[in-house]
Design a protein around this ligand. Structure first.
Ligand code: URA
Length: 243
């Protein structure tokens, strides 16, 4: 669901302000009826006309990017820092990142212009799992790992149960590599979870996103999702199962 004036502006009809004026002036119809309410929300299936001409809908596109460290997961940065969009310059559609990875986190991130799809992938109620590989300072005890698994109290509430596996312990450097799978996407969640057990994250990579992995992609590379993958992701969010 999107605000009508935003839909008009995005379709290139006019600026947001001028689109609002078109609505107020009664020049916009939704499903054949004139709409003058600025708060009106429309979905992709609604037929929108401006002065009798139907809007052309932008095709939905879906990309999988292996984000390197040192890029922001935003569309634009006021300070001119590099963003994930700098890595997909050939895309004409107005894509945005699905969820967020920290500036210093590498790994998989989806990019799309499909807001409903983005919601399915990010809202915790749909349970899409994301696996991270964290290099942490210190060697977490069994009890700490269990705490992470059961859920840990953070300032914005307790985290949902997670899957946790310690894959490497380096006693010389006093570091460990831990894999953690979560389906929430709170701000800096994984880093805060490890902080809470006294093992701060030194390096973080998102290794998988649902059934998608980094296989075939190097840091900085992007590929389009196949139609089948997009469908699988939707089905997974809606039913909890693939196929
Ligand atoms: N959790 C974090 O702490 N950072 C990320 O970038 C992603 C998940």
């Amino acid at each position: 669901m999107e605000r009508l004036q935003k839909v008009l502006a995005r379709a290139g009809v006019a600026s947001r302000r001028k689109s609002e004026q078109l609505i107020i002036d009664g020049k916009v119809k939704v499903n054949g009826k004139v709409v003058t309410e600025l708060g009106t929300k429309v979905t992709r299936t609604d037929r929108v006309e401006v002065e009798g001409i139907e809007l052309v809908k932008e095709q939905f596109v879906y990309y999988l990017l292996y984000k390197p460290r040192g890029y922001l997961s935003t569309v634009h940065d006021e300070k001119g820092r590099k963003t994930v969009l700098d890595l997909v310059p050939h895309v004409e559609e107005r894509i945005f990142p699905v969820g967020r990875l920290d500036y210093d986190t590498s790994g998989l991130i989806l990019l799309t212009n499909d807001g409903d799809f983005s919601y399915l992938m990010t809202h915790p109620k749909f349970g899409i799992k994301k696996t991270y590989v964290a290099k942490v300072k210190g060697i977490p005890s069994r009890e700490s790992l269990r705490q992470l698994e059961r859920g840990i109290e953070l300032e914005d509430g307790k985290t949902a149960p997670a899957r946790v596996k310690m894959s490497t312990v380096d006693r010389k450097t006093g570091t460990a590599i831990v894999e953690i799978t979560i389906h929430e996407g709170r701000n800096r969640q994984v880093r805060r979870m490890f902080d809470a057990i006294g093992c701060p994250v030194q390096k973080l990579r998102r290794e998988s996103f649902a059934m998608l992995t980094t296989r075939g992609l190097n840091a900085g590379e992007v590929r389009e999702l196949t139609t089948h993958e997009v469908k699988q992701l939707r089905v997974l969010a809606e039913t909890g199962k693939i196929g």
